[in-house]
Design a protein around this ligand. Structure first.
Ligand SMILES: Nc1ncnc2c1ncn2[C@@H]1O[C@H](COP(=O)(O)OP(=O)(O)OP(=O)(O)O)[C@@H](O)[C@H]1O
Ligand SMILES: [Mg+2]
Length: 358
């Protein structure tokens, strides 16, 4: 049973405050991801959990056991790195056995446990190979096997897929998730790729400048970003600055340029009329309809003109100009035929509103 509790942890390097007071409670068996742009402190926080970086402040517990004062090899954590960190002069089997030898496991058990770990990552039969004979995806599997073979209580992964090509990345993230689930192991995963984070995680902490900007399930964070930064970071969005012009109990209107956007507040607290606000409207929340079409019940509609179309396969990316010249991006499954004016419809419940300018 290994929950991870990170309490008010901070770390600076000279003038740079890399991690500025982060607290997280990660449940036993949870797949938890630290997501954020380069330099936001993800690796520093993960290294503090692993034991490769000292804390300036705070405490880290695995279950009831305080571990930030314990040396790395006594924490029962396995770490997988971006660059695999495979020993080039050892065979695949030697790499996987390494941690067992270091822990004084009897030789008779080592071969069997190494073979089992290689089987877990679908590399049975590879024990005798040299690392230079393996592909990037296979090397990353060796790194994973080397980590799993010691049967760690927690699995720490720092951008383990970023050296792989796009298709392999998708395949491997599914494999990592399956392994983590079947072993019931608690995982702390670092990535700057929002799609990867959403696909693999139970929960995500979006980090910015050494702090947690938002914590939640992938769907929460995507649908209800807490700040414009999160809205922008979690995929593309139309982020517009304007003024709140009116509101009734559950609906409000935001004036952006010369366009009024209807917002369904869904009972959430909200700024007063006259306040500066910004709104986020995801491309896939916009529907492009033939000019003059009635929008679905409860939806709002705007006159617009198609400016640019990019066919992307599953969806078509459309840039549309509103009457006041503002440009919105839509991701459409279908489009009215031909060019010319269209009706742009959206569900007011899909609009997220933030206090202040974006
Ligand atoms: N050993 C170090 N010495 C000095 N500064 C450091 C050190 N490690 C990290 N930093 C700084 O701390 C900040 C956070 O770095 P960190 O590596 O944790 O970011 P990250 O979120 O992992 O970024 P990336 O996505 O690029 O890997 C950065 O400004 C970085 O330059
Ligand atoms: Mg990093």
């Amino acid at each position: 049973m290994t929950a991870i509790r990170i309490a008010d942890v901070a770390r600076s390097f000279g003038e740079v405050a890399a991690v500025r007071g982060v607290s997280l409670d990660i449940a036993d068996g949870e797949f938890f991801t630290l997501l954020g742009p380069s330099g936001c402190g993800k690796t520093t926080l993960l290294r503090m959990v692993a034991g490769f970086c000292d804390l300036d402040r705070g405490a880290i517990h695995f279950g009831d056991r305080r571990i930030d004062t314990v040396p790395p090899h006594r924490r029962n954590a396995g770490m997988v790195f971006q660059n695999y960190a495979i020993f080039p002069n050892l065979t695949v089997g030697g790499n996987v056995a390494y941690g067992l030898k270091a822990r004084g496991v009897p030789a008779a058990d080592i071969a069997e446990r190494a073979a089992r770990a290689l089987k877990l990552v679908q590399l049975d039969g590879y024990a005798g190979r040299q690392p230079h004979q393996l592909s990037g995806g296979q090397l990353q599997r060796v790194a994973l096997a080397r980590c799993l073979v010691i049967e760690p209580a927690v699995l720490l992964l720092d951008e383990p897929l970023s050296n792989l090509d796009a298709q392999l990345r998708v395949e491997m993230r599914g494999e990592i998730r399956r392994l983590q689930k079947s072993l019931g192991i608690t995982a702390l995963y670092v990535t700057h790729d929002q799609e990867e984070a959403m696909s693999i995680s139970d929960r995500i902490a979006v980090m910015r400048l050494g702090q947690v900007e938002q914590l939640g399930t992938p769907a929460d964070i995507y649908r209800r970003p807490a700040t414009p930064f999160v809205a922008r970071f979690m995929g593309t969005t139309n982020l517009l600055s304007g003024t709140l012009t009116g509101r009734s109990s559950n609906r409000a209107t935001a004036r952006v340029g010369a366009t009024d956007f209807v917002i369904d507040l869904g009972g959430r607290p909200h700024a007063a009329p006259g306040a500066a606000v910004s709104i986020s409207l995801r491309p896939e929340a916009l529907r492009v309809l033939p000019h003059g079409t009635e929008p679905p019940a409860g939806w709002a509609a705007l006159p617009a003109r198609i400016e640019r179309i990019e066919f992307l396969g599953a969806v078509t990316r459309v840039e549309l100009a509103l009457d006041d010249g503002a440009i919105l991006t839509a991701a459409a499954l279908e489009l009215p035929p031909g060019e010319g004016p269209v009706t742009l419809a959206y569900d007011p419940a899909a609009v997220t509103v933030f206090p202040g300018d974006a």
